[in-house]
Write a protein that binds this ligand. Structure first.
Ligand code: NAD
Ligand code: MG
Length: 402
């Protein structure tokens, strides 16, 4: 009897938190998936070890010097792996004919071009890189429609919503019968801290998330709730809904990952332990269900579940994101770019935690918004917003780290 051909997978950002969880799931299904390409920014040792274990056809380093080092290491340990570099290398593997599924898990705007390439070439796109959709949602969804790519969200909230929608869901089209979607948010590590103490928090505290284990940028975004703001925009594009039909709910336990309210009053929720291998295996296996390795949810051990409205004064970034979404055009790209610069400056201990929102607000005030129908316009506004954000930080106009 003929056995089914293994699915070819390209992992963009394989050395990150989502990348590692994806490889963990893939390793549980060696007959089902074949790793074609692994990529990273500059972590040579980590990518080399992954190449030895998974023997991909390609390994890509965004950084050219790191690619040279990797090629040297792999000459001995995995000589069949071809090493590529730069954005060109990332795009080559994302659109490669041997690749069926692309896990888009590069953090930030750096993931835009390869993620878009996967959408343009009709792959199954497993989207973790929400920043790509925030920046270029219109172009991205058009590319998905034109190439008949299958776009499956890996972000736990959006994956939860997908699981609660009817089977005939079409990416970007408002699902029939839905009144509202509710995105849950943990509130991050500072949810119990008085607003007056937020300016003194450190990067280490910000990265110590109470329920999820994630990369540093998204951890800070969770602490400011910019992450939820980006997710509102992501949900708008994925599910074709306006702002007024998307609600953010604070849910400290991170067990309900999001909910869909239907017109008849039914509310469907997806639950599970907070483990990204669950949405990742859903997107890898869809429409089948496959083993993820996640711990089973023990409902009897759950003491309580709370749902609250987020406090606006605590999370100014959430409001900045929703207002950028309402402005439309390149405003979300400007917001995203300024946030990336501000988060890095906070992680480098150059500005205070509370200055992140100030930098983003300045960029939104100073940068003109354009129609986001061309990639070069989006990239130009991204670059301008980064310049404005850097200027704002360098000039000391915002609160500096203590
Ligand atoms: P991470 O920082 O742990 O990993 C990022 C990956 O991207 C690494 O492999 C890194 O080498 C690569 N990378 C970084 N900069 C790059 C560049 N300039 N060019 C090419 N590659 C680069 O991040 P993460 O937590 O895995 O998050 C990845 C994406 O998934 C983000 O967009 C994040 O918002 C999203 N996401 C993450 C989680 C989570 O639980 N970690 C949950 C939902 C969504
Ligand atoms: Mg999320």
């Amino acid at each position: 009897m003929a056995t089914a051909k293994a699915v070819g997978v390209c992992l963009l950002g394989s050395t990150g938190s989502i990348g590692l969880s994806t490889l963990d799931v893939i390793a549980r299904h060696p007959q089902r998936f074949r790793v074609i390409a692994l990529t990273a920014n500059s972590s040579v040792d980590k990518l080399a070890a992954q190449c030895v274990q998974f023997q991909p056809r390609y390994a890509v380093m965004a950084d050219a010097d790191a690619a040279d080092q990797l090629a040297l290491v792999l000459k001995q340990s995995a000589p069949d792996v071809q090493v590529l570099s730069g954005t060109d290398g990332l795009q080559t593997v994302a659109g490669h004919e041997a690749v069926d599924f692309v896990m888009a898990a590069i953090v930030g705007a750096a993931g835009l071009l390869p993620s878009l390439e996967a959408a343009r070439t009709g792959k199954r796109v497993l989207l973790a890189n929400k920043e790509a959709l925030v920046m270029s949602g219109g172009l991205f969804m058009q590319a998905v429609r034109d190439s008949r790519a299958i776009l499956l969200p890996v972000d736990s909230e959006h994956n939860a919503i997908l699981q609660c929608l009817p089977d005939n869901y079409v990416a970007g089209a408002a699902p029939a019968g839905v009144r509202n979607i509710m995105l849950t948010a943990s509130g991050g590590p500072f949810r119990n801290l008085p607003v007056s103490q937020l300016s003194a928090v450190t990067p280490e505290q910000a990265c110590a998330h109470p329920t999820w284990d994630m990369g540093r940028k998204i951890s800070v975004d969770s602490a400011t709730m910019m992450n939820k703001g980006l997710e509102v925009i992501e949900a708008g594009w994925l599910f074709g809904l306006p702002m007024e039909n998307i609600t953010v709910v604070l849910h400290r336990q991170s067990l309900v990952h999001s909910l869909v309210e239907y017109k008849d009053g039914s509310v469907l929720a997806q639950m599970g332990n907070p483990d990204m291998r669950i949405p990742i295996s859903h997107a890898l296996g869809w429409p089948e269900r496959i083993e993820s390795g996640a711990r089973r949810l023990d409902l009897m051990a759950v003491e309580s579940m709370q749902f609250e409205a987020p406090d606006k004064a605590h999370y100014p970034c959430l409001e900045l994101a929703t207002s950028a979404w309402c402005s439309g055009g390149t405003a979300p790209a400007i917001l995203n770019a300024a946030n990336e610069v501000a988060v890095q400056a906070f992680l480098d201990e150059r500005i205070a935690f509370t200055a992140i929102a100030q930098v983003v607000e300045q960029a939104l005030e100073q940068c003109a918004v354009h129609i986001a129908d061309r990639l070069d316009t989006i990239l130009a506004d991204d670059a301008l917003a980064r310049a404005v954000a850097n200027e704002c930080i360098d000039s000391g106009k915002v609160r500096v780290a203590q």
